[in-house]
Design a protein around this ligand. Structure first.
Ligand code: SF4
Ligand code: SF4
Length: 427
């Protein structure tokens, strides 16, 4: 489907292209302090049955779902099975297929046979319709990331692996899970800012994180990445008065390392926006500025009259949980079990009124595309509302149009194509 067709279809149907995130397993071999699935956690692990996943893929494709992510746990614990699932999704007609890794296979790159082993794996993945492949990196400081994951030497290994992937025709995206260690000691030891903090404290928070994000993107470029994504903090504390969340995806957490107060989030998203602006010409960065700016407004208590666009989780986007194989609106709303995916018909789900739509977390997988498609849906359903929004949030339309233009220059983040730096230079 061409982009114009996708946009027209969205406007006419008031829906956006469907996305399903399938947690194929909750097994993992990493030690990430922020995650309930780390290897040191003791709970009954689950891996979804391959045939059951294929049935889900067929059901998703039959309902017009355009994007599927295979996540974990660690998806690459079983590469042949993953390859089989990616091929199945491609054959079923799903064009946007993503998966990724915590990078365990890149640890200890000095070991004999590293390059041939990684080249073989890259070739295996390249021989599928996989579109995007992510590799996690949680800090601008190599030893901090390696300590968090528990993989010695993994950052140098990523640097050695990237040319092998590029040669095979895959351009991996670095995936930053935002946390308090992103800048090493510079961010880790900051005093927590809260509603009572003075502006000097918030300014320090902003400048430390801005530097940390810039250092992160520079490290990604130096390692050879050509694409980057940022997972906004996956904490689940909810302001009073909102529906309670119950995590079904154990990567969501209440751990301090990914918990930020509302004033901190405002500064965090501002800092990320500024860092992205200065790196967009050097590396393809998924995170849309229109989404980040609306999160800044969302966390600017009471100063924005217009809320961010509501999330399409549970309407156009869904999460499949490895433990029971059931469908949920997302990884956070574990109280809303939709059952088997083949019994869910998104076309028959009634989207809530925009004012009642969910905005309870910042999960970028669902929030970013919701923000990108928001103006289109609003233009079709409530043109006056769109005019009011644009008047109340000067610059929002320009940020959105700039994102579309940037996405175009990035070849819509096709991870099977090298970047065109001539086009990126404009940004
Ligand atoms: S964040 Fe990912 S890599 Fe780290 S423990 Fe959790 S599932 Fe594993
Ligand atoms: S904002 Fe989206 S991802 Fe977050 S809880 Fe709501 S539906 Fe789920």
């Amino acid at each position: 489907m061409s982009l114009v067709t996708v946009l027209l279809k969205s406007i006419l149907t008031h829906r956006i292209p469907g996305q399903v995130v399938v947690q194929i397993t909750d097994r993992c071999n990493a030690r990430c302090p922020q995650c309930g699935m780390r290897v040191t956690e003791s709970f009954a692990r689950s891996t979804l049955d391959t045939d059951a996943i294929k049935k889900m893929i067929d059901a998703a494709a039959g309902r017009g779902v355009q994007a599927i992510s295979f996540t974990g746990g660690e998806p690459l614990l079983d590469v042949p099975r993953l390859v089989e699932l990616i091929r199945h999704a491609g054959a079923a007609g799903i064009p946007y297929i993503r998966t990724g890794t915590n990078g365990f296979m890149f640890a200890r790159p000095e070991k004999k046979g590293f390059e041939s082993r990684i080249a073989r794996m890259a070739d295996q993945l390249a021989d599928t319709p996989l579109r995007n492949f992510w590799i996690s990196l949680d800090s601008a400081v190599d030893c901090v990331h390696e300590g968090m994951r528990g993989f010695p030497g993994v950052v140098a290994g990523i640097g050695r692996a990237l040319p092998l992937f590029h040669r095979a025709g895959i351009y991996p995206a670095v995936n930053l899970g935002i946390n308090r260690n992103v800048g090493g000691d510079a961010t880790r030891h900051l005093t927590r800012a809260d509603a009572g903090s003075d502006s000097a404290c918030l300014d320090t928070f902003y400048s430390r994180y801005r530097k940390a994000f810039e250092r992160f993107y520079q490290r990604a470029v130096d390692l050879g990445f050509t694409m980057a994504n940022a997972c906004y903090p996956m904490s689940i504390d909810v302001p009073e008065g909102q529906r309670g969340l119950s995590a079904v995806y154990a990567a969501t957490t209440v751990a301090d390392i990914v918990r930020f107060t509302r004033p901190e989030k405002r500064m965090l998203f501002k800092a990320l926006t500024a860092a992205i602006r200065s790196f967009r010409s050097r590396i393809r960065i998924f995170s849309p500025l229109c989404a980040l700016e609306s999160l800044v407004r969302q966390y600017s208590d009471g100063t924005s009259p217009i809320p961010a666009y509501g999330c399409r989780g549970g309407v156009d986007f869904f999460f499949i949980n490895a433990a029971d194989g059931h469908t949920y609106p997302c990884g956070y709303r574990g109280n809303e079990d939709f059952g088997a995916l083949w019994d869910v018909d998104p076309g028959r789900l009634t989207p809530p009124a925009e004012a009642d739509a969910c905005r309870q977390c910042d999960w970028e997988c669902f929030r970013d595309p919701s923000a990108l498609f928001g103006p289109l849906l609003e233009a079709a359903a409530n043109p006056l509302g769109l005019i009011r929004r644009m008047a109340a949030t000067p610059g929002a339309l320009a940020a959105w149009a700039g994102d579309l233009s940037y996405y175009r220059a990035c070849g819509f983040f096709n991870g099977r194509q090298s970047p065109d730096y001539r086009k990126l230079r404009r940004f």
